[in-house]
Design a protein around this ligand. Sequence first.
Ligand code: PLP
Length: 447
Amino acid sequence: MSPTTTGTGAGASSGDALNAEALDLDAQHVFHSWSAQDGRTPLVVAGGSGSRVWDHDGRTLLDFSSQLVNTNVGHQHPVVVAAIREQAGVLTTVAPATANLVRGRAAESILSHAPEGFAKVFFTNAGADANENAIRMARQVTGRDKVVSLYRSYHGNTGAAIVSTGDWRRVPNEYARGHVHAFGPYLYRSEFWAVDQEQECERALHHLERVIQAEGPASVAAVLMETIPGTAGVLVPPAGYLTGVREICDRYGVVMILDEVMAGFGRTGHWFALDAYGVVPDLITFAKGVNSGYVPAGGVIISEAISSYFDERVFPGGLTYSGHPLAMASIVAALGVMESEGIVANAARIGRDVLGPGLRALADRHTVIGEVRGMGVFWAVELVADRATREPLPAAAMGAVKAGSMARGVLPFVQDNRLHVVPPCIVTDEEIAEGLAAIDATLTDIE
Ligand code: PLP
């Protein structure tokens, strides 16, 4: 599909009029998340294909955001769309307690990419409820209460998930009990006065262990972490950190939950980000990339040990739409095309040979870039007002970065003082060159 063929079927209206109608209806009737309702100037998105989206007038943007870092197979992949259509003609809803072929196939496909020792998949509607249910499993299995997570993290916008989140978003929502936070490794702004990654790793592990000891290990059910904290700035952990966390969890009988909602299913150039570290948690949570968000879906991948704990005990949790047929069909199709089209390998190659080197070359030219971090198609460019003090670039300048990128045809993902460069895993070399040129020109303007 191309921009000129999109629309709502209301043939008589011009693209401009449809854009205006979308904005007007949105302003009047839609209540938005994480935002004041007035004064918003949202982008109109009417259609998309591959790495691009467009409005009703055909104005096209290269999607370097993957929306909310979820369109791993790109927009409107024809095989995935066809699978959803086909499933819609057969069965569009089914109770979770039934046996359903497409659900079984989706679970089988997910497990085929997980490390050894994982037995089953519990399906949810998104990432937040995946974490919610993983926490519940950990509490059931250990008979303990507390969850230790990182200050620099995002785990979703429901009861326990938002309180596990470390940033400001937990504060107005802090009603769940039993949550404790710690600092993770982040050498560029080290909390531990570390001078290199090795020291940062060692000190962050010591800090985590001291938090668990001080809370009382007998009260700690789980450590919940994003394998690579994403929204907090693609904080790629140093070698040895996650395996060190695994050892600490084993020492105190704590369940290790890795949140792969953003980092999973190809984004890092691995099926799971944890594959890059050789770490095996007890529970893995996922959503987003599992089906590129074509139908809401998420879930928990459960180790054999935790799964068998529930062989003769009831797991007190469930959702009407757990394993929804449209979501399951989209998962089977999305993972199928990721395999057949080598999409994970493409993300790895792009990160290693094109995007990583391209961003580092930008850092050589622009003093406003403080640090570049990432792997695969999962990168953050940290922008600073002063390289020596590392003072973050102020919000107004970040607004100009966003506006400048969009004026040059690139939809960025701007978070605090960072430009997250997170295109779909199918992105091409030419598209990366196009996007980097727009960022380059925008940063020249800012400086
Ligand atoms: N976990 C991580 C790491 C995320 O990035 C997100 C969303 O951005 C979530 C959980 C929550 O997922 P959802 O918005 O699908 O509930």
